[in-house]
Design a protein around this ligand. Sequence first.
Ligand code: PLP
Length: 376
Amino acid sequence: MIYLDNSATTHIDEEILDAMLPWMKDFFGNPSSAYALGRKARVAIEEAREEIAASINAHPAELIFTSGGTEANNAILKSACIESALTDALAVSAIEHHAVFHPSEWLADQGFTLKILGVDSRGVLEQNWYDSLPSEKTLISIMQANNETGVIQRIDTMRALIPEQSFIHTDAVQSFGKIPIDVQHLGIDFLSISAHKIHGPKGIGAMYIRKGIDFKSHQHGGGQERNRRAGTESPALIVGFQIAVRNAIRQLETRQQHMRSLQECMRALMKEHIPQARINTPEDSAICLPSIINVSFQHINDGEAILQLMDMAGIAVSNGSACVSGSQQPSHVLKALGLSDQEAKAAVRFSFSKDNTVEQITEAVLELQQIIASLS
Ligand code: PLP
């Protein structure tokens, strides 16, 4: 199988799995227990917290473990609006992941003002987006990199453009481990990350909550995670996350260069072999992740058929958006870029990891060429 859906999830590295196992088999203590077995787990968690926090230039006390990106996004948005009452209004981009979009819509149903910020044809936030913020203390949630097209937003420029009492959250689930992240430099209040996009285990992620923010959790229970996320922590998952982060940071440039060369190779091959292809990922490498190429096809209505035929050929790719009850809805991300329903339905996302090769990319494009010819 050729696996080119690494933005959906990545395979877990063998080394990471090996490091996790003792925390399930031998050192199974509850990290909140006072005896030696519990204390050992606590030490492992706090060491992991330190290392992961350092990777984004945060203080360990600012990093709270969650079950992943979805939980981090929900907890931040809902706490900011409801439990912590930091804000009465939200502004989110039109291309956010559903894990930001849907909680925002839910909050709008509860009476909070919701402003959707448009993007240009590349997917970059429209100029002067800050002119239309609904309140002085809006929570602005803009993803650092988009999961369907890979487009990157200039989060670092945002703080200077908004009222002092406003808050910034960035969903960095796709960008974490692919581009450097420094929460101080970005000037943000909240951030969400997840382990399974960087060869770590599923079911673990974290939220960064800037020191000084009075964050109250919507999840009530034990006092874990400084009362910010109740529930017994999983030392195995957290240790797996730690090693995934360590490897991603140490190999950041090597992985970037490798994936960028795969991306460039795929772009060139598509242009050469598939004239109907419209590449939706911006060509400017300064504004796109190295790991994604999103492409749609003129005159093809059935994006699902492309994915199925690729699957039958042993190539795993996706359209980057969820299918609703079996009937493929046009991607809200591609629609926001100005694509027609037809183009937004006939889209394929290829996403790479450190482990893909040029041979795999070539094979995938040649297979796609035949599939597009058969469907045209
Ligand atoms: N945000 C973005 C941008 C994502 O791509 C994803 C997963 O695809 C999520 C959030 C959800 O993360 P998780 O799977 O860890 O819940």
